[in-house]
Structure formats: structure tokens, C-alpha cells
Design a protein around this ligand. Structure first.
Ligand code: TYC
Length: 107
């Protein structure tokens, strides 16, 4: 049986320990826009149905958009933000209201 000598083992290649850098996925804001026609209660209903908000949270978000023109509803991954924004806007469209939700990248 052949026994390796120290000299024969010495050409082992040691890999440098490099940490693979995983990029954090970019986050997106879903933004509720004010308009003059959609009833307040309908806005709250959509926020509850699509974004699982309580009546109180929905009321606060709706009133913020009503007074300031817009309000951030949620911050999440791009695909979820776009899906929820479309779902919410489509619910309003089906009901004949101009209520709009948009998305934009955070920072
Ligand atoms: N401004 C609307 C009204 O007075 C209510 C409303 C609030 C509509 C917030 C949209 O994002 C909105 N009936």
C-alpha cells in the first residue's frame, strides 16, 4: 500500500473564503391616490379586502389620502405591490369609480 508523504499532500489548493453577496430585493410602495368621486366607505372596503386592513387602519389611510392627495398603503416586493395595486384599482373600475392605486420603488 502506497502512503502519501507530506510533500505529495502539499499541493492541496485552499479556496479563499468569499461570502457570496446576496442582493436584497428592492421594495416597492403601493400608493393610494385621492379623487373627488369615490365614496369614502368604498375606499375603506377596498383597503380591507385587498390589503387585509382593519376598519380603523383603512379609515386612517383613506383620510390621509383624502386630505393630502395620496397615502402609502404598504411596502412590499415588486410583484406583490403590482398585483395588489391592480386588484384594488380593478375592483373600483368594476364598480364604476375612478379610484387609483400606483406603485413606486422605495428610496
Ligand atoms: N375624496 C373622496 C370623497 O370625498 C374620498 C376618497 C378618499 C377617495 C381617498 C379616494 O384615495 C381616496 N368622496
Amino acid at each position: 500500500m502506497k502512503v502519501n508523504t507530506v510533500a505529495e499532500q502539499s499541493d492541496t489548493v485552499l479556496k479563499p473564503k468569499t461570502k457570496p453577496k446576496l442582493e436584497r430585493p428592492k421594495l416597492y410602495k403601493v400608493i393610494l391616490l385621492n379623487d373627488d368621486y369615490t365614496p369614502r366607505d368604498f375606499v375603506i372596503m377596498v383597503l380591507k379586502a385587498v390589503f387585509s386592513m382593519s376598519t380603523e387602519a383603512g379609515y386612517r389611510v383613506m383620510m390621509t389620502a383624502h386630505k393630502l392627495g395620496s397615502c402609502v398603503v404598504v411596502v412590499c416586493a415588486k410583484d406583490i405591490a403590482e398585483t395588489k395595486s391592480k386588484e384594488a384599482t380593478d375592483l373600483a373600475k368594476e364598480a364604476g369609480f375612478p379610484l387609483m392605486f400606483t406603485t413606486e420603488p422605495e428610496k
